[in-house]
Design a protein around this ligand. Structure first.
Ligand code: PMT
Length: 431
């Protein structure tokens, strides 16, 4: 597992001889575990055939025959907006002087430029052109505009060029492009901070073979753990039973019951800066677990349940408490119930998700959200340490339906922002 695993990457290919290197880029990204889609400009198709990229990526190539967005979108079978939302990152490689100029000035005259304008994904570009075109002040000015718009620029390198000249303007080699792309996913907003994240369900044993559980898959919590790592945090992930692959390079603690989860959380909370409780923890456990498998004899069977401790409230009541983020899985009165939990459990932030409406419409399809789905939609509320009355909700933000991995990145950015605001307020007060 590396930073590109499971990432949705769009490679935008523009007209230039370096387009042949993008075939290798496609292959290497797929090898790294990324999901790749290719968008080609008309000029790019004159250098390398779309079929090459279709074969390598395993998906039809999106391109425009007429530089007309509507027809290209339709022929591609996927509108530019959907592709824009699908992408975690768009890398334009090679990026021609013409496309760089268009992107710098917000032009949207073909599928690729429209897609870039419509996407909130990471966007980066690898210039490739003749050295004189590269040196031209207008090209330099356009690159500067893109960099100021937060587009990382990869290269160019210098050396012999296809046109026979020698100088700056060659596209970077594929391994350099991959390294630079990987770096883009490292935001550093949580650099050096210790995070404890819980995920998945808990199983409360009834007897040696049966348990009370819930539908949590762990996806939301694992996505948050990945996003926190990308942000530079040291992550301890405490997970109930899940079929997901354990994320690498973090501390992983597997548990089964709520009591085990509580023990694991308390054992790891001392140096923790931020605690995120995504787990669907069982509120009750069976009072006396049968030592043997319960036989089917009586028509009715009564199980006596006893309340589990509320782990997050315990963490929030610690004297040197971390910044505490809870989740609220609700089937009705989502907002009101989440706000009530934020205050009652003395949290800093709560993330509400509606697990009652099984299906939600995106621009392209009906998707399930919440439990055991790749998608979710979040409504976040937080309190503010600088207010006298910390039981007052001071801010909120809605995140529309999206893949959990995308939501996790956005949520981590918000948590980092609020954590820093809280920390600077607390530092001022103790100074
Ligand atoms: O795992 P997925 O399939 O991806 O699904 C994700 C999710 C729907 C499980 C997740 O997004 C979510 O909403 N998790 C919290 C579910 C939940 O148990 O909510 P709650 O309203 O019951 O609990 C509120 C908060 O208290 C939660 O942060 C919970 O972790 C915490 N809690 C609850 C009970 C308990 N005994 N101890 C706790 O710490």
């Amino acid at each position: 597992m590396n930073r590109l695993t499971d990432k949705h990457i769009v490679i935008g290919i523009t007209g230039g001889i370096a387009a042949y290197k993008s075939a290798e880029l496609t292959r290497r990204l797929i090898e790294a575990g990324a999901d790749v889609r290719i968008v080609m400009t008309h000029a790019a198709t004159e250098f390398v055939t779309p079929l090459t990229f279709q074969a390598l990526s395993g998906y039809p190539v999106y391109f425009d025959n007429s530089d007309d967005v509507e027809s290209s979108g339709a022929s591609a079978g996927m509108k530019h907006i959907e592709l824009a939302r699908w992408a975690d990152a768009i890398i334009i490689a090679p990026a021609s002087a013409n496309t760089i100029a268009k992107l710098a000035h917000g032009r949207a005259d073909n599928l690729l430029t429209t897609l870039c304008l419509a996407s909130e994904a990471i966007k980066c570009f690898a210039p490739a052109m003749n050295r004189v075109m590269w040196d031209d002040p207008s090209t330099q000015a356009n690159c500067k505009i893109l960099i100021e718009k937060n587009w990382p620029q990869f290269g160019p390198a210098s050396g012999s060029q296809a046109c026979g000249e020698t100088g700056e303007g060659r596209m970077l080699e594929v391994s350099d492009l991959l390294n630079r792309l990987e770096q883009c996913f490292k935001s550093g907003v949580l650099q050096g901070l210790n995070l404890v994240i819980t995920a998945g369900p808990t199983y409360e044993a009834i007897d040696p073979v049966r348990f009370i559980g819930n539908r949590s898959s762990g996806r939301m919590g694992y996505a948050i753990a990945n996003a926190a790592q990308e942000a530079g945090a040291n992550v301890t992930l405490i997970s109930g039973p899940s079929h997901l692959q354990k994320p690498e390079s973090l501390t992983f603690v597997g548990v089964e019951s709520a009591e085990q989860m509580q023990q694991a959380v308390l054992a790891n909370i001392d140096n923790c800066h931020i605690y995120i409780s995504t787990a669907a923890v069982s509120d009750y456990r069976v009072k006396s677990i049968s030592a043997q498998k319960i036989k089917k004899t009586a028509d009715n069977l009564t199980l006596q349940l006893t309340k589990n401790d509320d782990i997050i409230s315990t963490v929030a009541s610690h004297k040197a408490r971390p910044y505490v983020v809870g989740f609220a899985a609700e089937t009705e009165n989502v907002i009101a119930n989440a706000k009530e939990k934020l205050i009652r459990k003395n949290l800093d932030m709560i993330v509400a998700n509606d697990v009652g409406s099984p299906s939600t419409e995106t621009s392209s399809e009906q998707v399930d959200i919440g439990f055991n789905s790749e998608y979710n939609a979040l409504h976040v509320f937080w309190t503010d340490a600088s207010l006298k009355d910390t039981s007052q909700i001071s801010g909120e933000q809605h995140f529309d339906v999206a893949r959990k991995s995308q939501l996790a990145t956005q949520l981590i950015a918000l948590i980092a922002k609020q954590y820093n605001l809280n920390r600077s307020h607390n530092a001022k007060n103790t100074a």
